[in-house]
Write a protein that binds this ligand. Sequence first.
Ligand SMILES: *Cc1c(COP(=O)(O)O)cnc(C)c1O
Length: 423
Amino acid sequence: MTTGIGTKCIQEGWKPAQGDPRQLPICQSTTFKYDTSDAMGKLFDLEADGYFYTRLQNPTNDAVAAKICALEGGEAAMLTASGQAANFFAVFNICETGGHFISSSSIYGGTYNLFGVTMKKMGIECTFVDQELPEEELAKYFRPNTKAVFGETITNPTVSVFDIEKFARLAHSHGVPLIVDNTFATPVNCRPFEWGADIVTHSTTKYMDGHGAAVGGCIVDSGNFNWLEHAEKFPGLTTPDPSYHGITYAERFGRGAYITKATAQLMRDLGPIQSPQNAFYLNLGLESLHVRMQRHCESALAVAKFLSGHEKVAWVHYAGLESDSYHALAEKYMPNGTCGVLAFGVKGGRSAAIEFMDRLKLVSIVTHVADAKTCLLHPASHTHRQMTDEQLAEAGVDADLIRLSVGLEDVNDIIEDLKQALA
Ligand SMILES: *Cc1c(COP(=O)(O)O)cnc(C)c1O
């Protein structure tokens, strides 16, 4: 029985038969052997299931994708080389040149560039919206060529909570799917499909791997969105694909159409596959995800409480705090905890933040987040350092904002380090 989320973390995915290796084998092979030309031909026609080239599919990757699919409660899933590749594919699979989509403006900086700059060069337009706007205001941003809505369960780096049900209602009433990047919450703490999201993406680089070892991504489809009902919006899924002998994905593959198309067409042509070796590391991380998330949340809450009571701290954002403006939404979508990331500001702005960071001994300054080692980043000095305080305010990032990712060390040691640096 694999009903509990922790049991799924360990038991889903690789299901060894009698005499098979107990741990997931790494299929370190680019290609797969067939006895007849006809058997191989059927694979190329998508008429038979099977492996032929690792750029399209690999058994190690598929087992790990199946585990993440089970954790999210989805229909089908695929791994990608990175979270960036996952978010690009998730949108590009249904939104081509001339298309438009809507994204929350509170998202990871890399995704913001991808949507606002790089995809724009491909003729795809993204409108960024303030996710706190009421539904009737948000509805005004939909256009006849709008193909999707995008947001992050917990936003990076501002750690706001995305109102999944509100955006699912909006997306569905306009005949388009809701895509949710669930990287920070992970399916241990939030399963967006249960709240109406249609597609979920992950940077598995973060908590899923959990040890800062391997960059990776994943896309999971709930299978719930009915492409044929909105056929005119999604011709890529509902009209014949000339590069696959005229297959119409939504007709042939039903609930599996979206991931089949992303694999057979996008992965085939663009190629950002995850290496089977990295998929193996990811699987190791997933086996302890439920245990680690619980600890990340407990420690982050203790750190958030410590910081909010400290005289040199100007403000703290952590939805786990009862005083936080996102606490009610977090209680609804993530009753067991949010994640280990919090944001705070020290009194004295940019220069005080720099002095504080330079005094830290245990907590390290790195461009990373959401793994076992406690780390922090100061956007105004690092990722956004070319910006003035005014430009930062426009981007929604305060000059004093420090993003702290609480790791798995003894929480007292983390707090002691913060305490001595603040002093
Ligand atoms: C890191 C991150 C990404 C990008 O993932 P990579 O694996 O670094 O490509 C996307 N979304 C969120 C929320 C992230 O934190």
